[in-house]
Write a protein that binds this ligand. Sequence first.
Ligand code: SAM
Length: 285
Amino acid sequence: MGEIWILLKLLRWMTNYFAEKGIDNPRLDAELLLAHVLQLDRVGLYLNYDRPLVTEELDIIRPLVKRRGQREPLQYLLGSTEFWSLEFIVTPDVLIPRADTEILVEETLGRAESEGQLLDVGTGSGAIVISLARELPNWQMVGLDISAEALAIARKNLEKHQVADQVKLLQGDLAELPVQQYDLIVSNPPYIAEKEWDELMPEVRCFEPQLALLAENNGLDCYQKLADQAISRLKSKGWLLVEVGYQQAEAVKKIFVASGLANLSVREDYSGQPRVVGGQLLKQK
Ligand SMILES: C[S@@+](CC[C@H](N)C(=O)[O-])C[C@H]1O[C@@H](n2cnc3c(N)ncnc32)[C@H](O)[C@@H]1O
């Protein structure tokens, strides 16, 4: 006869196992994974600590624990993540939206009039454009991405959040943005430099799409391309707003100024790192 696993015992075992594997928040991950499989919320877990798990449940949990131990991101195992208090479907085809990117959403909302046109470049799961569409119901928005697989996930998220009428998805390269005039262009583009690759956490390096992460020219290539085109794609007084990586804000500001953008702004994230750079087009070229 197999060993009897009550919930608390399994939770402790998973926490130790995840800690041994170098996972940052082993207890939290163990709780979230168990809660997901048992279809309980975290309070429900605490109330069921003495409940024995049946073989069928253990059979589902075992491979998920193994995958998390191999550092596969929890969000891919759960199939979803939260961003801007909304739940987004995520698969290995899309970058997992990060809490820091909510700063970009906040900065964009701070510059939005009651109606307008917005382009989100490198939309991935659609987290940014969908959060903005929910906040700005009178705006028309476009989410552009080079990856057809990412756009298929973005499409599901548009439908889930009922903004499919408001947001159009386009497959394309950020080197050739649609020839149209926008009030706001926003982007969280790839910005990791090749030389930083080996330092990334295994969750990122081994599981998230490389296409979503790496950029040439020391991580600055996409900013240059976006700034070069923004001046002909923004309406007068329109803004280009981008998320930037650690220590990139100064370089991105220089790129923006050289491209003809003005009123440069830098917004820090909640850990005090420069996170979003903005530049305004004062006159159409
Ligand atoms: C850092 S991810 C951002 C995803 C999402 N906007 C977010 O913030 O969670 C960058 C996105 O840019 C897309 N991308 C990469 N190279 C691109 C290119 N040349 N043109 C358009 N999109 C590109 C990737 O597929 C990926 O979805």
